[in-house]
Write a protein that binds this ligand. Structure first.
Ligand SMILES: [Zn+2]
Length: 401
């Protein structure tokens, strides 16, 4: 059956085009054009048609409080897994048909359940457990006994190239699609500073090599300049956060074709609601510094022409205006804090994902028909991105009206 979705404008992942309709067959896009005909035409007069969006940095943890440490100590991971399964529908409703999970074992099971048709949800590309050095960001707490941290399973702790190789092979064995590492300290970890370098070059290179052998890549959480540089020189493909990067480092990223995920949503969330959501004191103390960095870094990176990705870094439900199911807040922050035009901002959640090998975010014949219908024009006013009325995944209407 040939299905046509017809609106007013089509944003193809790069530009707003003069086309107004998309022809779909067997779940794939066949043709994009003006007033196309099919066996069935679904008309959305005045609507903006765009690719299903990609959140390139999320944690499908199922947590409901800002203290990830307490959640991981006090809750069985199965409880969190069931909670996270309820997030799948919310993500679709928000127009996100693909997410890249940057560290959470539960995401592997959710991915498989969706692939098997057990659950309905976005296409998930998952890192599984992230790799962290001992006394690293992945431990969250540096005062609870080390064995607890290993047991809680939030990260795979490894030190020295040999252990890093083993950890990389272990997470691939568990089903990871790519590897996430921490190459600097972070905000939500107890004693390390965002500027602190984590992992040595030898360790990073060893992990990157294992990822390449497995046909995939490494993403690095990195705030401070030195740790970002180590990650780039070690061969990683995407820098997450990147808040304290110097201009020279941003230029190096451009030269080496490294993508950038600024993750503004989590920063604004922690600043605005951190205390009431139960975020540990150490996190609240470090948030201002990275946010100030991001406010300078994002406009610079955009001017230089870096490939910027929309990634919220949301990892717990908040019940606030920045939340799972409102992931489009990232596009608004990238425009309003980062200085991106509305179209540049839309690209971060669509066409730019192609650069990191995602078969998503583009309306082009041959690609899966993941399409969002918006009753507004986010190409003119990015705040209209939230006016989602319909979502199609693989050509099927999964959210309507
Ligand atoms: Zn994250």
């Amino acid at each position: 059956m040939k299905l046509v979705i017809k609106g007013e404008k089509v944003f193809d992942g790069k530009n707003v085009t003069p086309d107004n309709s998309i022809l779909i067959e067997d779940g794939f896009i066949k043709e994009v054009g003006k007033n196309l005909k099919g066996d069935e035409v679904k008309e959305f007069p005045g609507s903006f048609l765009m690719p299903g969006m990609v959140d390139a940095h999320i944690h499908l943890s199922g947590a409901t409080s800002g203290s990830l440490l307490m959640e991981s100590l006090a809750k069985d991971p199965r409880t969190r897994l069931l909670r996270a399964s309820a997030w799948m529908e919310k993500l679709l409703r928000a127009g996100f048909t693909t997410v890249r999970d940057c560290g959470e074992e539960n995401a592997l099971f959710l991915r498989d359940a969706i692939k098997m048709g057990t659950l309905r949800g976005p296409n998930i590309f998952a890192a599984g457990k992230p790799l962290s050095q001992t006394f690293g960001h992945g431990e969250l707490s540096h005062t609870t006994p080390l064995e607890w941290n290993a047991q809680r399973g939030m990260s795979e702790l490894c030190d020295g190239a040999e252990e890093c190789i083993k950890a990389a092979r272990k997470v691939f064995r568990q089903g990871s699609d790519f590897i996430k590492i921490f190459s600097t300290g972070g905000v939500l970890s107890e004693k390390d500073h965002p500027n602190q370098e984590q992992f040595t070059m030898d360790e990073i290179r060893a992990i990157v090599k294992e990822a390449e052998k497995a046909g995939t890549y490494v993403a690095a959480h990195a705030h401070g300049d030195a740790g970002i540089r180590n990650a780039i020189e070690g061969g990683i493909r995407t820098i997450e956060h990147c808040t304290l990067a110097s201009e020279d480092t941003l230029k190096l990223m451009l030269k080496k074709d490294v993508s950038l995920t600024p993750t503004l949503s989590i920063q604004v969330l922690l600043k605005k609601y951190g205390r009431e959501l139960g975020v540990n004191e150490w996190g609240l103390n470090k948030i201002n510094e990275v946010m100030e960095g991001a406010a300078v870094m994002v406009p610079k990176a955009n001017k230089l022409g870096l490939n910027i990705l929309c990634g919220t870094d949301l990892g717990f439900e908040t019940g606030r205006d920045i939340d799972i199911g409102k992931n489009w807040t990232e596009l608004i922050f990238l425009a309003e804090m980062g200085g991106l035009t509305p179209v540049e901002s839309l690209r971060t959640a669509t066409g730019n994902a192609g650069k990191i090998g995602m078969k998503a975010g583009t309306i082009l014949p041959g690609l899966p028909a993941d399409i969002v219908v918006i009753n507004g024009d986010p190409g003119e006013d990015i705040r209209e991105i939230e006016k989602i009325t319909e979502v199609f995944r693989n050509g099927r209407e999964v959210i309507s009206g």
